[in-house]
Every structure is written in structure tokens, then in C-alpha cells.
Design a protein. Structure first.
Ligand SMILES: [Zn+2]
Ligand SMILES: [Zn+2]
Length: 267
């Protein structure tokens, strides 16, 4: 499987360490056709963009950079799911200007209403150490993520299963209905096999991204490619896969030797 794009990288507008130009230059130098910058939505604690208008600034920069680098530059966002009812932290007026919309569960987010930060996000943080809390929160997290998939025009959900536990089969069923892809994120250490298996079981699409925060990891997608190959995921099911090469039909007539004569096969 070959991939043509990395649709999840961050810049210093959120918690990335480099400028958009440095990330785009890295994407071009590793041979990608396309890169999407997806800085964190504004309600990520301490690491989100300062305000949603930043995406417009990024779009202007991206348009300029596209003239100088041999790579298409898309501007998207990694929004945060900020309530149990699936709201995300970007308004429709910004969403409609984006090329890519990702959303994910993050255990460092200011919820709306604020008290869900205490009743939902905080137990997820504590639950890392206490298995019984973690299991209780799985149900709430799944509810929130499924609702986010159903009510927002998401291109993909970022790193499902990382940090905040979810029922991946249930999430995959929702994704299969809307066309939202489930991400195989190569930038974090977690068990990715279950994401692939759930997507295959339920017919959801996948996408492989680096979640790069520095230029050196842009386009580092090998772990994901290995997984796709391991489970024989067809390229049509992967948003950023190059199509499988078609079998080239010979244009020459096929002749078969029969009894010493060359005859054309029946058409
Ligand atoms: Zn994330
Ligand atoms: Zn990210």
C-alpha cells in the first residue's frame, strides 16, 4: 500500500514546534503529494489555537506556500469533542472554510458546559490509574464520540482509542454510516490493531497520519502501512491510499495456437 498524503500535522499555532513553511518543506522533501495542517481547536487546554480565526491566517499562508513547494497544502483542524452530546469547539462558519475536519477525544479540554470538565474529563485522567473508572468512562466517551461523528462533517476521527477508552466497534459502526474515517495515528504509542480490526468488521474507512509536531516526523507513516498490509485492507477503504495499480490489458490481439494455426479468440 502506498499513501499520498499526511493529513494530520501541527504547527506552532498550537503545540507544534515549527512554522507551517517548515512542515510543508518537510512534506515536500519526503515525497508526499499532499499535507494538511490540523492545529488543535481552541478549547484544548494550553495547546489549542488562540482563537478560531487562526485557521484563516493559515489558509493565506498555505496559498502562498503552495506556489513554492511541490506539494498541495490543505488547511484543516483537529477539533476537540467538548461535550457528551458530541459538540466540537469550532463554529460552522470556520468549518465550512476548512479542507479537512478531524475531531478527537483529548483528556485535556475545557468542556461546554464547563461542569463536564469535572464530571467527564477529570475522571478520564484519574481513570488512567484505576481500571474500574476507566471502564465506566468508556461508555461516556463512546457516547460523545459517536454523537460527534453523527452531527459534524468530519473527515476523520483522530486516534480513537488513545488516551480515552472507547468501544471501537460502536464508533466504527457510526463512521461506516457517515463516511468518516478512523485514524491510524503513527505519532503515538498505543494499540492500533484494534482500530483496523473494528473498521474492517464494520465497514468503516481508515486514514493513516503522522500527527507530526516537528518537521522530522512529517510523512512517517510506515507503522500504519505495515498494519494495512498485515490485515490486507483494500486501498479503496483508506482515504489517503494511492489506488491499486490496474492490471494492464494488452492492446495487442491474443492469438492461440490451435493445430498449427494462429487464431484469434472469440470476442
Ligand atoms: Zn490529538
Ligand atoms: Zn494531533
Amino acid at each position: 500500500m502506498q499513501l499520498f498524503a499526511d493529513w494530520h500535522v501541527h504547527t506552532s499555532y498550537s503545540d507544534g514546534r515549527a512554522t507551517l513553511e517548515e512542515m510543508v518543506a518537510a512534506a515536500a522533501s519526503c515525497g508526499l503529494d499532499e499535507v494538511a495542517v490540523t492545529d488543535h481547536g481552541p478549547r484544548a487546554m494550553f495547546i489549542g489555537v488562540r482563537e478560531a480565526g487562526v485557521y484563516q491566517e493559515l489558509k493565506e499562508q498555505a496559498a502562498r506556500l503552495a506556489e513554492h513547494y511541490p506539494v498541495r497544502v490543505l488547511v484543516g483542524a483537529e477539533a476537540n469533542v467538548i461535550s457528551l452530546s458530541g459538540e466540537i469547539d469550532l463554529p460552522a462558519s470556520i468549518i465550512k472554510e476548512l479542507d479537512i475536519l478531524a475531531a478527537g477525544l483529548h483528556p485535556q479540554v475545557w468542556c461546554l458546559p464547563w461542569w463536564q470538565t469535572v464530571t467527564w474529563i477529570l475522571p478520564n485522567r484519574l481513570g488512567k490509574a484505576v481500571g474500574s473508572i476507566r471502564e465506566k468512562m468508556r461508555e461516556a466517551n463512546t457516547l460523545a464520540l459517536v454523537a460527534a461523528v453523527r452531527q459534524n462533517p468530519l473527515t476523520f476521527i483522530s486516534h480513537p482509542g488513545l488516551g480515552m477508552a472507547v468501544d471501537l466497534d460502536e464508533v466504527a459502526r457510526a463512521c461506516a454510516v457517515t463516511g468518516c474515517a478512523m485514524e491510524i495515528n503513527t505519532g503515538h504509542h498505543y494499540v492500533r490493531d484494534k482500530v483496523v480490526l473494528s473498521a474492517l468488521r464494520e465497514g468503516a474507512r481508515l486514514v493513516v497520519n503522522s500527527d507530526a509536531h516537528v518537521p522530522g516526523t512529517v510523512g512517517k507513516l510506515d507503522i500504519g502501512i505495515k498494519l494495512l498490509d498485515k490485515y490486507r485492507v483494500p486501498p479503496e477503504q483508506v482515504l489517503n491510499a494511492r489506488p491499486a495499480p490496474q492490471k494492464v490489458e494488452s492492446r495487442l490481439p491474443v492469438f492461440t495456437a490451435i493445430a498449427g494455426r494462429m487464431v484469434s479468440p472469440p470476442s
